[in-house]
Design a protein around this ligand. Structure first.
Ligand code: TZP
Ligand code: MG
Length: 211
C-alpha cells in the first residue's frame, strides 16, 4: 500500500521551540498538521521514552499520526505510528522486524546513490535532504538543491518523497514542483513558539494554493 502523506510534515524540536514535544504536537495539530515527527537528540533513553509517551498519547487524542525519529524501540513501546531512520540508525529491515508490516518506516537519504539503494528497502517514504542550507541540523551533508531533489523524485517510482532542509514559505512551491510529495519542516514553523499554530495553518494554506 502506498502511504498517503500530507503536503506538510512538521518535525518537533525542543531547542528551536522551547516547549515540550507534546506541546508542539498540540500547537501543530491545532494549525492543521496531521502527520508529525518527534525528533529528540539530547535526552537519555528514559526521558526520551516518557516525552515520547506524552507526545504519542496526545497525538492519538488529536487523531494525528506520529513518527519517532531514530528509535524503533521507542516507537514500538509508545505505539507510535512508525519510525524515521537515518543512514546510521538501525537498518530499515531490522526496524521492520521489530515494528511489523503496519508501521510506517521513513528513511533519510542525502544523495542519488543512497536514494537508489533505498528503493529496495522495506520503507514507506524516502526523505531527501538537505535540499537547502539549514541551521536546524549541524551534521548535515551538502545541500542537494532542487536539481538533486528532481533526480531523486524521478528515480523513486511510486515511493513518496519527503523533502527536508531549509524549506520555507518562499521556496515550498518550487520544492513541491521539483517532485516532493511532502515537505518536512522545523524552523519554518517552530522558531516562535507563540505563532506555531498560526504558521502551521498558513503554510498548509500556502501549499494548498498550487497551480
Ligand atoms: N535533516 C536534514 S535537514 C534537517 C534534518 C532533520 C533539518 C530541517 O530543519 P529546517 O529548519 O526545516 O531546515
Ligand atoms: Mg536518525
Amino acid at each position: 500500500m502506498i502511504l498517503e502523506l500530507p503536503k506538510i510534515y512538521p518535525i518537533t524540536d525542543v531547542g528551536f521551540s522551547g516547549i515540550s514535544h507534546a506541546e508542539q504536537v498540540e500547537r501543530l495539530a491545532a494549525g492543521g498538521a496531521t502527520f508529525i515527527q518527534m525528533r529528540e537528540k539530547n535526552l537519555p533513553p528514559a526521558r526520551f521514552f516518557s516525552e515520547a509517551m506524552k507526545a504519542v498519547e496526545l497525538a492519538r487524542q488529536l487523531s494525528v499520526r506520529i513518527i519517532i525519529n531514530d528509535r524503533a524501540d521507542v516507537a514500538l513501546a509508545t505505539k507510535a505510528d512508525g519510525v524515521h531512520l537515518g543512514q546510521d540508525d538501525l537498518p530499515p529491515e531490522a526496524a521492520r522486524l521489530i515494528l511489523g508490516n503496519d508501521a510506517i518506516i521513513g528513511y533519510s537519504t542525502h544523495n542519488l546513490v543512497q536514494a537508489e539503494r533505498a528503493l529496495s528497502l522495506p520503507i514507506d517514504y524516502l526523505a531527501i535532504g538537505p535540499i537547502f542550507a539549514t541551521t536546524s541540523k549541524t551534521d548535515t551533508e551538502p545541500a542537494v538543491g532542487l536539481d538533486g531533489l528532481r533526480s531523486v523524485a524521478r528515480t523513486a517510482n511510486r515511493l513518496p518523497i519527503v523533502a527536508i532542509g531549509g524549506i520555507t514559505f518562499e521556496n515550498v512551491h518550487a520544492v513541491r514542483d521539483a517532485g516532493a510529495s511532502s515537505v518536512a519542516v522545523i524552523s519554518a514553523l517552530l522558531s516562535e513558539k507563540d505563532s506555531i499554530t498560526q504558521r502551521t495553518r498558513q503554510l498548509i494554506q500556502h501549499v494548498a494554493q498550487e497551480n
